[in-house]
Design a protein around this ligand. Sequence first.
Ligand code: DGJ
Length: 776
Amino acid sequence: MIKFNKPYFVIETNSLTYAFKTLATGHLEHLYFGDKIVDSDLEFLHTKLTAKARGVIDYLEEQGRDIPLDLIPLEFSSSGKGDYKLSPIELKMPDQTFVSDFIYFKHEIIEGILVSDKLPSPYDDEKNTQTLIVTLKDTKFNIYVDLVYTSFYDVDIISRKTIIRNEEKQTINLRKIMSMSFDIYGSQYDMLTLDGGAIKEAQKHITPVAFGTYINSSVTGNSSYKHNPGVILLEKGTHEDYGNCYGFNLIYSGNHYTAVDQSSHGILRVMQGINPAMFEWDLKSNEFFETPTTILSFSSKGLNDLSHHMHDFVNKHLIPRQFREVDRPIVINSWEGFYFDFNERKLLGLAKKAKSLGIELFVLDDGWFSSRNNDLSGLGDYDVNLKKLKHGLNGLSKKIHQMGMKFGLWFEPEMINPVSKLYEKHPEYAIKIEGRDPALGRHQLILDMINPEVRKYIIDEISHIIEDAKLDYIKWDMNRDMTDMFSKHISNQGMFYHSYMLGLYDVLSQLREKYPHILIETCASGGNRFDLGMLRYGPQIWTSDNTDPIARLSIQKGISYFYPQSCISNHVSMSPHEQTLRKTPIDTRFNVSMFGVLGYELDFKFLNAFEINSIKKHIETYKAYRHVLQFGKFYRFNEDPKVRMNFQVSLDDTHVIGNYQVLAQPNPNLEVLKIKDLDQEKVYDLKSLEQKLPLEKFGHLISHALPIKLNPNKALFRLLSRFKQLDNATEEAHISGNVGMKGYKMKQQFMGTYYNDQTRMLGDFGSQIYIIKESR
Ligand code: DGJ
C-alpha cells in the first residue's frame, strides 16, 4: 500500500497512485496523483529542468542543489526561500522572521491510522489502512513538521494532515498551517464548489481557475452553507461520467479554507485546511499543533465515480461504526406541523397517525422546555415545559414507545437566550466582549464551548434527559453564526475559532461514548454545518429547511458530490410550500425525499384521503427499497436542471431512478430513460410506480377527460374530486442491459392533445419512479 524506494514515496489505493520524492536539497517534489501506475520506475515523473530559467531564485548555488523551488511542483512548501506560490504555512519563527525552510528529516510507515484524541478521526478497523509519516525539519530551528498520509485502500481515498512540533525554548506563533498542499502541472482546470445560504444550500458552481488565487472558505465559525468545504478540481470538459477530477474535503466543522493558486509557470497548487483568517496559535516549547484531516481522491471517469469514492469513505470509515450499513428509521418530526404550538394530546395524535402509516421514529422538535413558546427565550435551559407536556418527557416517551415507535428530541446545546434561567445565573457562559453589545442571531448568543464548566453543564443536562426520556435519537441544532469572538480561557484570541471546535468535539465525543446507541442527526438552520466533522458523531444531517421538492432537487444533487444518501435527511412537507408557495403533488414530494433518509414534517389532518393513502404506499415502497436508497451507488446525470433531472441508485441487481420534470415543455420531444450501471449481458424487468392524478390538476380541462361535463367552480366537481382520481400511465417492460444503458424509450408525454391512461401526464413538477431489477 505504501512504499519507500529511496528517494520515492508511493502511496497506493485500490485504483490510485500518489507519489513524491526527496530532492537533493531535502525538499519534497510532488510527482503524481492519478490512476494506478504499474511501473515501479518513477523517474519519468520527475520535473525535467535542463537549463536555468529567467527570473527565478536558486535555492543554493551549488551543483545539484541549485534547485529553483518556484519551478518545481512541491509536496509542501515553506516561506521565504524562493517558492513564490501561495504558501501552506506561515510562522513567526524564534528569530522573529517569517522565513522557514522545512526539509526531509525522517519517515515512518505504520499500520492503521494515526488517531487524533481531539479532532474527528476516521476509523481504521477495516484493517486496510496504512499511514506514512514524513517528518520535515526546519534548517535553522528545532521545529518539525509531520506530513501524515493514510491510504484507505478499499475506498480510493488518501487522507492527509499536518502536525507541527516546537522543540525550541521560545513560543512560536502559528498563523497558517494547511492540512495538505501539493502542486500539479496544468492551467486547464475548473473548480466545483457548493455555495448558497439558508434554504438554498449546496448550489453547484463551476468556476474557471485563472491566474492568481481562488479561495473557497468560511468565516462564520461553522463550515457554513455559504461555502461547503468540499471542492473538486476538474479538467475542462469533465462531466458526470467522463474526465479527470480531483476531490478534496475536510473533516472539520469550523472555518475552512481551500485555495487553488495558478502560478505563472504552469503549476497549480491546491491546499486545504483551517481558515488562516483571524487564526493565530501560540505554540509553546514542546507543544504540538495538529490540523484536521483532509481527504483526497481522483477519478479519470468523471464526477460520479469521484463521488462514489467520497461516499464509500463516509459510509465505511467515518460515520460512527454502530450505524455502518444500518438502515435509518423513517421519521415524523413535529416542527413544520406544530412549530411551538403543541401539547401532549396533539403530539400523541400525530404519533398515532404516523404509526398507522408505517413511520418508525417520533421526533419532538423545538419548544419542549423552559419558556420557549417562540424563539425569543429559553435556550440554555433544560427544564421541561409541564404546561405543554403534562406527564413530562418521560410520560410522553413512554406512550410513544408503547405505540411501538422510537422517540427522539431536539436540542440546541451550544446556544443561550439572554432571556433564560441559565443567562440569569451565568451570563459569563455566553460569548461576548466587555464594552461591546454582542450581535444577536435569532435572538440568541453562543455558549463558550472553550470553558470546561460550560461543556460539563451541557453534558450533564443532556445526559439527564437522555436517561429520563429514554431517547433513541437526538437532533443537534445550531442556529446562528459566530460574532464577538472572545473567551477568557485562551491565551491568544486568534485561538478562538479552533478552540471552540475542539470544545464542541469534546462534548460530542463524550456523549457518543456514553450513549453509543443514540442516533444523532445534526443540523444548523438546515445545512449550515453539513460536513465530514459532524458526520463523525452523527451519521445523518438535516439537509435544508427548504423541503419544496423542486428546490430540493438542486440542493440534494449538490450535497451528493461529497456526501452519501445515508446521511442526507429529507422530509415530505405540505403544499403549497411555506418557503416558495409552490404547489407540488404528494408523489413528487416523496419521489425526491426518498433519495436519502426519509421523514415527514406536517400535520396529517391537512391532507385528504387520497394523499394519506399515497403516503401509506410510499412508505411501503421506501421500506422495500430502503437499503438501496440509503446505501446504493448514487448517480447524477448530465442534463439541463431547469427542465428535467434524474437521480439513480443502484445496489446489486436493483436500480431505482427518479425522473423529475421541473418545467413542462410545449409539444415535448420523445424521451428515453438512460439507465446507468446495468450489465450489458443481462436482462432486466423495468416498471414505474403507480401514481394517480387528482381532478384539480386538470381544472376546467377535466371536461375533455371525463364523459360528464364538470365546472371546477361548482360543488359537484369538488364532491367528485374527493372520491375520484384519474389513472396515470405506468410502464412495464423487459429490457436487455445494453438497451437500458443506451436509453429505454418511454411512453409519450402529454403533448397538449388529449388525456388517456397510457400518456405520461407530468406537467410542471411531475415525476415518476422507475424500478429496474435483474430478470430471474
Ligand atoms: C432550525 C432547524 O433547521 C429546523 O428544522 C428546526 O429544528 C428549527 N431550527 C427549530 O427551532
